[in-house]
Ligand binder design. Sequence first.
Ligand code: DAH
Length: 367
Amino acid sequence: MTDAIPQLAAYDDATLDRAFATLATEVTKSVTSEDPEAFRLHWLGRKQGRLKLVSDAWLKSAPAEARKPLGIRFNQLKQQIEAALEAPAANRQVYIQNRIDISLPGTVRSPGIPHPLLTTMDRVVEVFHHLGYSTSLGPQVESDFYNFEALNFPPNHPARDTQDTLQIAGQQSKASRDRLLMRTHTSPVQIRSMLAGPPPLRLVIPGKVHRNDAADATHSPIFHQVEGLCVDTNITFSDLKGTLDHAMRALFGSAVKTRFFPSFFPFTEPSADVQISCIFCGGKGCRKCKHSGWIELLGCGMVDPAVFEAVTAERRRLGLDPTPYDPARISGFAFGMGVERIAMILHGVSDIGHFYSGDLRFLEQFA
Ligand code: DAH
């Protein structure tokens, strides 16, 4: 809308025709069906309305004989404005003339969905919730003590080489146990949980972990794990086997078989790698299982007494009751699995990078 008052050069009919036609177009263009009151005020406002301002200006300098025809024309214009105010259908017509298609759909925004890695993590966690486990969480920036030492990786021990670690800079002046790093696994939360309270413990620990690994089709420097910890009196390897066998069938279907292979982790003794029968070929052998019929899925074992001893010593150092984790009285098992690996198997994803690419063509498949 133009706000300047148009000048009137002469008062003959032709000039008046043109001047009022311009005003009439201005009226038509400024009709809004959204805010009729603003439109009314703009034109008919008693003190600052445009009709009043224009008619004052034009009448003031008009010769006496021109006043009457001017008054008549202003009256007609006023009627036109009032008609526009009373006729919503006509307003819509004006919109169409101005080429705004009010029947066009608005901007459609897709609803968000949980990321497939989160959905997978939730599924694993839920399986254990049904067995009575609770969720425990810990920080991603962790100290050497929790990530390694208390888990029976002594300083400079070669077992540390299996987890290429990202250190936080500028820690040299600290004692080695207090130096900070990005946690390489969710296992440090085992230690935190045992310092937080006495057994019995049945915990699932989902979370993000970091390693100084080059990215390729199956590795990413940032990935996710779900850890488990069960500590109580008389926990045996059979409990571990039964629990994981159930969990694998809950996750991959009741036809899935599990088998346990001897392995090594500093914080479990004995340790095992768990394999499941290939869910793609049912165990017959195919490209996905490298023709072995089995897929390796997770690590587990009985909590090493050295871990309970480290927890006991730390509880004593912190002034907590040291007795509950005496390895002579209790035992436990632990396990840890990679969320990306499970999601890749469940959904047939061949490159881990898809999970982090943010490519909607990939993500929309999980909507
Ligand atoms: N923390 C191990 C890793 O990241 C995985 C693991 C293995 C966790 C055995 C456990 C366990 O709790 O008992 O490689």
